[in-house]
Design a protein around this ligand. Structure first.
Ligand code: 0PR
Length: 385
């Protein structure tokens, strides 16, 4: 740190210079991000709530009410009348809370002390972090030929140490929805905690279904589902950080509670202590401002872009890994190595993401990628073919 204060303009100049090295969503060149530019109204509200702290909710009763209302609203979207949960920093923290709840619940009610969690091969790496922190063993369930969790494989790896089963509604690499209904049944029959990671799909699947897309049920209407991750900072257009964890029952929060005796509320179940109220307020604002109608329009528009892009890739001769269920397209050149193609696209100014399972170029069609960007990208892909 400098000894003497420095003039604001000098500081701002330095920061602006560094900020200019960042990529801008508005260029439409960021192809592999599940985040996008937050809506201006959500950003405006976010700034107003920057000093609020939900770690001590008795001091910020109004903001705590806002968080409760957001959780209630997301719960309703996921077919749950009375929802419990929190707005957290993102999908990683939401998944960590879900797995912590499952572990503590199994420890308390089943006496399991060396638990295992069953996750699909396609699960986000946040579950590896959760297992590491919570001292749980990961058991990977195989994927079927369509890159979805294999139901028989899940059945075959259940043991008396299983504390949770995880399935995904909108996989990170391919945007696919696992057979949640079947897994829910298995979890329910075996009395095992079932968590659905809909970090990406949670803010679009309900609306796409409403728009007539034939997508499977993934939410609390399935009796085995105990918790769902759904992130406002992905398809919800809320500013980063905003993840969501929704629990079916309050007892899942209770089994995580630790005493916080000198605070205004005497127990705390979240991982983070001091935590932003701004994320809840901004999420509340954008959900109200958009309404179901706004999210439906957004989700539909992004799916139309997805189908446009996939169809044109096929016309050019590229190979699509799977028909997109949500707004992600993964593809390969029939002859060129994927990493070589990725490098060539990078040379043309695209920020490319390469999926690992299977290896493919992966484009997440978020709101910052418009038709004109897709046309430019298709032109470049045509040249490279
Ligand atoms: N669950 C799923 C299904 C996810 O796809 C992700 C992240 C998470 C959980 C974890 O969420 P947080 O990153 O909010 O903790 N998916 C993206 C990924 O890892 C996140 C991302 C977003 C990565 C923007 C890059 C980027 O530019 O690919």
């Amino acid at each position: 740190m400098d000894d003497k204060p420095i003039d604001k303009n000098i500081i701002l100049n330095e920061l602006n210079e560094l900020h200019s090295l960042d990529h801008d969503y508005a260029d439409g060149r960021i192809l592999g991000s599940m985040c996008t530019e937050a809506h201006p109204f959500a950003k405006e509200v976010y700034c107003k709530f920057l000093d609020t702290n939900l770690g001590d909710p008795g001091l910020f009763k109004g903001t705590k009410t806002i968080e409760n209302k957001v959780i209630e609203s997301i719960g309703e979207l996921l077919s749950l009348n009375k929802a419990y949960g929190n707005i957290v920093t993102g999908g990683t923290e939401a998944n960590l809370m879900a797995i912590r709840a499952a572990r503590n619940h199994a420890r308390k009610y089943k006496g399991i002390t060396d638990g295992e969690i069953i996750i699909p091969d396609s699960a986000h790496f946040s579950f590896k972090k959760a297992a590491d922190m919570l001292n749980l063993k990961i058991v990977e369930a195989k994927l079927d030929e369509n890159y979805k969790i294999d139901v028989e494989s899940v059945k075959s790896v259940i043991t008396d140490k299983t504390v949770a089963i995880v399935a995904i509604a909108g996989t990170t690499e391919l945007g696919l929805i696992d057979p949640i209904e079947e897994i829910s049944k298995i979890a329910y029959e075996n009395n095992i905690y079932f968590h659905v990671d809909a970090a990406f799909g949670g803010f679009s699947i309900p609306f796409l279904k409403q728009a007539g897309y034939d997508l499977p049920v993934f939410d609390f209407s399935l009796e085995g589902v105990c918790s769902i991750t759904v992130d406002p900072h992905k398809m919800g257009l809320a500013p980063i950080p905003a993840g969501g964890i929704i629990f079916r029952r309050e007892e899942y929060l209770e089994v995580m509670a630790v005493d916080s005796p000198y605070l205004t509320v005497k127990t705390q179940s979240t991982i983070v202590g001091t935590r932003l109220g701004a994320s809840s307020a901004a999420t509340y604002a954008i959900m109200k401002y958009f309404g179901k109608e706004g999210y439906l329009k957004l989700a539909k528009n992004l799916m139309e872009n997805t189908i446009f892009f996939a169809d044109n890739l096929k016309k050019l001769g590229y190979e699509i890994i799977c028909e997109p269920e949500l707004n992600i397209v993964a593809f390969n050149h029939p002859k060129m190595d994927t990493n070589v193609l990725a490098e060539k696209l990078e040379d043309k100014g695209w920020k490319v993401s390469v999926a690992k399972c299977p290896v493919a170029i992966r484009v997440v069609l978020m709101n910052h990628i418009k038709r004109n960007h897709l046309e430019e990208l298709l032109n470049d892909l045509k040249e490279l073919y």
